[in-house]
Design a protein around this ligand. Structure first.
Ligand SMILES: C[S@@+](CC[C@H](N)C(=O)[O-])C[C@H]1O[C@@H](n2cnc3c(N)ncnc32)[C@H](O)[C@@H]1O
Length: 274
């Protein structure tokens, strides 16, 4: 079990409610980009780090001939994907199945899939080079890997700065690192990593993921997902003070200050040769 798998086991519900919808527009754009490969006849699709399944469900909805296998390191995220599938997919659910697996040790024979997709996962895997080689291995010759991930960004999001200030003013310790040290430093690096892993016809393009938080939405995102363990460990009275102080400060922000604009990269490569 990696730290990330354990973290996502804890925050699966908060993820589904507060973070999956933030990522959803970029997931939709990755599926737009995948359309030509699907039109070319790709039907066996792997979703690496499927999470609550939003990308897999999008693919099943758009392409009626496609079957998707979703793998995830977190048992709880996988369970959530299965439960959403059961409740919402109906007969389409027959084209979806999940497995608990790590991106760098995929439990499939060589050449099993026509297309591998992955959204907001490769920044988390401990060894991305190995995960990329593993994705290439399970794709058939001529098949494609396409992913979206975060680009490294030094700019601070104003609500995050306010959170740090409020924590300090209330004498609460600093935040835990979020385990996202693997954000891609550049689009060139994303392309280079794919080439090194043996992919051809490599493409990598920058984009921006924008999300306008409401005050309540940002507070719920912090307390139920991003900083869930910090909130959980606080004495209830201190927790109430933290929420009240944050709410007061956030209410003074303009809509622009509450709008997150994070750089992302869409990258893809084809498995050519053996
Ligand atoms: C930010 S979520 C993205 C989920 C989904 N792809 C989406 O777009 O909504 C990251 C997911 O990657 C999974 N994950 C983290 N490290 C992983 C690894 N090494 N192998 C497979 N999955 C991993 C987490 O459990 C989590 O479900």
């Amino acid at each position: 079990m990696t730290d990330q798998a354990a973290r996502y086991d804890r925050i699966a519900e908060g993820y589904a409610r507060w973070w999956a919808p933030v990522l959803s527009p970029a997931v939709g754009r990755l599926l737009d980009r995948a359309a030509p490969w699907l039109a070319d006849g790709a039907v066996r699709v792997l979703d690496i780090g499927t999470g609550t399944g939003q990308q897999a469900f999008g693919a099943l909805d758009r392409w009626p001939l496609v079957s998707v296998v979703g793998v995830d390191a977190s048992t709880e995220m996988r369970a959530m994907a299965d439960s959403f599938a059961e409740r919402t997919l109906g007969a389409t659910g027959k084209r979806f199945r999940t497995e608990v697996a790590f991106a760098d040790a995929l439990p499939f024979p060589d050449g099993t899939f026509d297309l591998a997709l992955s959204s907001f996962v490769l920044q988390l895997v401990p060894n991305r080079a190995r995960a990329l080689r593993e994705a290439r291995r399970v794709i058939r010759t001529g098949g494609v890997l396409a992913y979206v991930s975060w680009l490294h960004d030094d700019r601070a999001f104003t609500p995050d700065l306010i959170f740090d200030e409020v924590l300090e003013s209330l004498g609460i310790g600093g935040r835990e690192p979020d385990g996202r040290s693997g954000d891609l430093p550049s689009v060139e690096r994303a392309a280079r990593e794919l080439r090194r892993a043996g992919f051809a016809e490599v493409a990598a393009e920058p984009d921006v993921l924008e999300h306008r938080f409401t005050v309540d939405g940002y507070l719920a995102f912090l307390s139920e997902f991003d900083e869930e363990s910090l909130f959980d460990e606080l004495d209830p009275r201190l927790r109430d003070r933290l929420v009240a102080t944050m709410r007061k400060r956030l209410t003074l922000l303009s809509p622009a200050d509450l709008t997150m604009q994070s750089p992302i990269v869409f990258a893809s490569g084809r498995r050519s040769g053996r």
